[in-house]
Design a protein around this ligand. Structure first.
Ligand code: NAD
Ligand code: MG
Length: 296
């Protein structure tokens, strides 16, 4: 064991102002300034998930990447899904998983497509030799000042990505999940405290929180736990590829009591905790990490 240094959460990571920046959707972590920290150099495992097999959507960047790195370092084999244009970010993650001596499976594809969601689960099961952790984390967030600016296509894309895809993926995964398996969703502080410019997105996060609580009750007798992580403002590609206005980006995270944006690395251990067998009494829960704001 090595000494754990006391770290002040206030100045552990960059504080606003951030540079204005924008990327075409869905954006790449590797092109952000500053580059987000997903725990690449900091996360240390202790065998908490040795032998587990995990599928993580949006595993190329942000919270999904932090979970993928942490899971691999805890001994899990990991399949990640991402949008095809995110290949450069995904490749970095697959390399990190394999560097731990774990199996890393890359499955690009569009989650708005039901047939692909079914295929995704099949390919993950084949590639990993089974499945016991499903992290439904991918999400679409596009800022729109007015409800009048949200087209039906926009609204549909947000619903398909954030609500339909988890439904399709969980349905396909369930027959493979044995007692002790877990499902984890990524909700948001937006579920409880929606921003005016995130009319469509925020309601999908309320739906995420809600499906987690419903499924937890439904699947408890089968020994499958279902929980969610509710992040606050976290420095990820989603925010710089249409998720936030340039004004909001500049001040990103500054309104929280900690006074800064969170980094994906600060949530990796929560995804581990919810997946680990010693959290066996936690189901239907929403674990928050929002810098002192938010109400999970
Ligand atoms: P991110 O951009 O790193 O991750 C989102 C991922 O979703 C992308 O990497 C992409 O792979 C995936 N995705 C989106 N649409 C897709 C599609 N049609 N097909 C396949 N993949 C698709 O950003 P993030 O912030 O880490 O987002 C992860 C989750 O965290 C999302 O559910 C988001 O709503 C949630 N969240 C983020 C914040 C924040 O401030 N960043 C706060 C609360 C909740
Ligand atoms: Mg990404």
């Amino acid at each position: 064991m090595s000494q754990q240094e006391l770290q002040n959460p206030v100045d552990k990571y960059p504080r606003p102002p951030f540079k204005k920046q924008s990327q075409p959707w869905p954006g790449l972590a590797s092109k952000m300034d500053p580059r987000p920290d997903h725990g690449e150099t900091s996360y240390k495992g202790s065998g908490r998930l040795l032998g587990r097999r995990a599928l993580i959507t949006g595993g190329d960047s942000g919270m999904g990447r932090a979970a993928a790195i942490a899971y691999a370092r805890e001994g899990a084999d990991v399949a990640i899904n991402y949008f095809p244009s995110e290949e450069p970010d995904a490749k970095e993650v697959i390399d990190l998983i394999r560097a731990e001596g774990r199996v890393g499976v890359a499955i690009p594809g569009d989650l708005r497509d039901e047939a692909f969601c079914k295929q995704l689960v099949d390919r993950a099961v084949k590639g990993l030799g089974g499945l016991d952790i499903v992290v439904s984390n991918a999400g679409r967030q596009q800022t729109r000042a007015s409800i009048l600016d949200i087209t039906t296509e926009d609204f549909d894309a947000t619903m398909k990505t954030n609500i339909y895809a988890p439904f399709w993926i969980i349905k396909a995964a369930l027959p493979h999940l044995k007692p002790g398996s877990v499902i984890i969703g990524t909700a948001s502080e937006q579920a409880y405290d929606p921003s005016p410019d995130l009319y469509d997105y925020a309601q999908t996060k309320a739906a995420t929180m809600n499906y987690v609580k419903s499924l937890a009750k439904q699947l408890a007798p089968k020994g499958i736990r279902v929980n969610a992580v509710a992040p606050g403002p976290i420095w990820t590609p989603l925010q710089v590829s249409g998720g936030a206005t340039q004004e909001k980006l500049e001040k990103f995270g500054g309104q929280t009591p900690l006074g800064r944006a969170g980094q994906p690395a600060e949530l990796g251990s929560i995804y581990v905790q919810l997946a680990a067998a010693d959290a066996s009494y936690a189901t239907g829960q929403v674990y928050g990490a929002a810098g002192g704001s938010g109400q999970p």
